[in-house]
Unconditional design. Structure first.
Length: 80
């Protein structure tokens, strides 16, 4: 797991494949809270989602890279 203190507001969260997953709102305990603008469609729209810090592989500049591809990472998201 990467250093959580290196994760800052408005950083882009990307999958291992480089595909956009979300944008950091802030770190909340052992999870990254994503902004509502990345909340998906339908019933998921307008809710914050969370990604476990355990999925973070690295923090590279202004990007948080996950250890899973984006299409897999979103299946691990938790809804607020």
């Amino acid at each position: 797991m990467a250093d959580a203190s290196a994760i800052k507001e408005h950083m882009e969260v990307i999958g291992a494949d480089g595909v956009h997953v979300g944008t950091v709102d802030h770190v909340d305990g052992h999870r990254i809270k994503l902004t509502k603008t990345d909340s998906g469609e339908g019933g998921h729209k307008g809710h914050h989602h969370y990604i476990s810090l355990g999925l973070v592989a690295d923090v590279e500049g202004d990007k948080v890279r996950l250890s899973a591809n984006a299409d897999v990472a979103v299946t691990f998201e938790e809804e607020a």
